[in-house]
Design a protein around this ligand. Structure first.
Ligand SMILES: Cc1cc2nc3c(=O)[nH]c(=O)nc-3n(C[C@H](O)[C@H](O)[C@H](O)COP(=O)(O)OP(=O)(O)OC[C@H]3O[C@@H](n4cnc5c(N)ncnc54)[C@H](O)[C@@H]3O)c2cc1C
Length: 479
């Protein structure tokens, strides 16, 4: 079995030395820093779940390369059931963590890489599939954490890469006999600084003349020339200053942590390059990654988050003695409806999955349903948060800190005036948990992560058979 234990994971991660900056300071030890520690704790929990027999059906799979049991995070879907198990993994890890499963983004690139490298080798005689298969065997054998980056910094969005600072998109600077030199930066890279490996895909569908931007590769964490700049926000400051984890909404696992990854003349050996100049295949890489990502991250993962929000909101309604009020029952029901609609689309995406391209052995989710899962979540998540805030009341944002309960001068007041149907401490802790969802980073994080609504709308419009629909209408209208 190629699955490592939590202790082995911690031991390995303690050796990583990324050049990382957060809040203006260099981070020396990932395991000691209050922000990066959350990423490691969340990832450690994923390793723990993977070895837990009650979740093995969801969290593990059989490698199609070696037949060994591996983490599903490193598996390539071999059939529709595999795709469905993958989305179950996304939902389960969200329910258990309340933040990212940091093994997801890289995993969501693997099927698209397997499919497109197979296609390129078949069509144009490259050897990308062989390189990719060797790479996949390596990460499966070592049970590595792989981050995935497609989002370039993009600069002026109205301009192509060559019409502005060329480093706005990651690209090849030089081709050498032993490999390539790349420069540019990827942004919003989830958990990357604490991952063993990074997979980098092109972030735009390249045109003629943009061959240097059609580049896909894998690179180990901390390679020479790579700098990481972590996100920094009020929640980062809260984590830095809280000396007691009780005062943070998601104490152990924290926020979804990302970073800007800068590539300053980074060397990538040829055996880790999976595309270099084949512009006509960039769109296929992107589409295959996007539909996998939108089904999991956009659909199932956020359903797991909504499960937590519904649970917390129902509890607060009960704590406030309001759980039987008819409008509250109605609002909770609407939250359930919204989350189940996203889940239904994600499940449909898996059920309607197909081998793509035929003969590759790789199964991909249905494009329309995966984009719908994400689109429904984009809209539904905001509505869910609005209901949660409505039911929790103003205290969701005005609550004093739980630490006041330990201040002898005022603790009696806080106990007396912040109690409800339950003692103040219980209520305050659940409100703090909910505040992390409704008054924090998760709204924008959910709608932008895996692409804003316009991206999904464009796909739906492009792939829908409007001609067929027009014909149906014409036939019945006798035109
Ligand atoms: C929490 C979080 C985690 C993430 N994790 C990852 C990750 O692990 N790996 C990764 O690669 N990415 C990741 N992302 C990136 C995510 O996919 C992007 O945020 C998303 O695709 C939008 O890109 P952007 O942030 O650059 O916004 P923009 O592209 O600037 O979009 C903002 C708005 O501008 C519009 N817009 C942009 N360009 C145009 C145009 N040319 N014409 C018209 N309208 C336009 C968009 O439709 C949108 O409404 C993550 C994002 C978040 C928030």
């Amino acid at each position: 079995m190629a699955i490592i234990t939590v202790d082995e994971y911690r031991e390995r991660i303690s050796k990583l030395k990324p050049r990382l900056f957060i809040g203006g300071k260099k981070v020396e030890k990932l395991l000691d820093h209050p922000i990066t520690r959350g990423v490691i704790e969340a990832t450690a929990k994923v390793y723990e779940l993977t070895l837990d027999p009650q979740y093995s059906d969801i969290m593990t799979a059989k490698s199609h390369l070696t037949d060994e049991t591996i983490s599903r995070s490193l598996h390539i879907h071999q059939n529709c059931q595999d795709i469905e198990k993958r989305l179950e993994m996304a939902r389960l890890s969200s329910q258990k963590l309340g933040t990212c499963n940091y093994r997801c983004p890289g995993n969501e690139m693997l099927p698209g890489l397997a499919a497109t490298t197979w296609e390129m080798d078949k069509d144009i005689g490259t050897e990308y599939q062989k390189r990719f298969t060797e790479y996949l065997s390596y990460v499966q054998k070592e049970d590595l954490v792989v981050s995935g980056s497609v989002t370039d910094t993009k600069g002026d969005r109205s301009k192509r890469p060559l019409d502005q600072d060329p480093d706005s998109y990651v690209h090849v600077k030089e081709k050498r006999s032993d490999g390539i030199i790349v420069s540019g930066a990827k942004q919003h890279a989830t958990g990357a600084y604490a991952a063993d490996e990074h997979l980098i895909l092109p972030g735009l569908s390249c045109r003629k003349g943009e061959e240097d931007y059609a580049v896909a590769f894998a690179i180990p964490n901390g390679s020479e020339g790579i700098t990481y700049i972590g996100q920094y926000n009020p929640y980062s400051i809260e984590r830095e200053h809280a000396d007691d984890i009780r005062y943070i909404g998601n104490p152990i696992y924290g926020q979804r942590e990302t970073s800007l990854i800068i590539f300053d003349h980074v060397f990538v050996p040829w055996e880790r390059v999976f595309m270099c100049g084949e512009i006509e295949y960039t769109q296929r890489f992107i589409t295959r990654f996007a539909k996998t990502h939108r089904m999991n991250c956009g659909g199932a993962c956020k359903v797991g988050f909504i499960d937590l929000i519904i649970g917390a909101t129902q509890l607060i309604a009960e704590y406030h003695g309001l759980s039987r009020a008819s409008h509250i029952v109605q609002k909770i029901t609407r939250m359930i409806q919204l989350s189940n609609t996203s889940l239904a689309c994600a499940i449909a995406a898996a059920h309607l999955g197909k081998e793509e391209p035929i003969g590759s052995g790789v199964f991909m989710p249905d494009e329309a349903m995966s984009n719908l899962a994400k689109l429904n979540t984009n809209e539904g998540f905001w509505e869910v948060m609005a209901f949660a805030g409505d039911i929790a009341g103003g205290i969701a944002v005005t609550m004093p800190g739980e630490m006041e309960l330990e201040n002898p001068e005022i603790k009696e007041y806080v106990s007396k005036y912040l109690k409800s149907a339950v003692p103040a401490k219980k209520r305050m802790r659940m409100v703090k948990f909910l505040q992390n969802w409704v008054a924090g980073l998760h709204g924008v994080g959910t709608s932008q992560g895996a692409g804003p609504s316009q991206n999904e709308m464009l796909v739906l419009y492009r792939i829908t058979d409007l001609k067929g629909k027009k014909k149906m209408a014409q036939e019945l209208a006798n035109i």
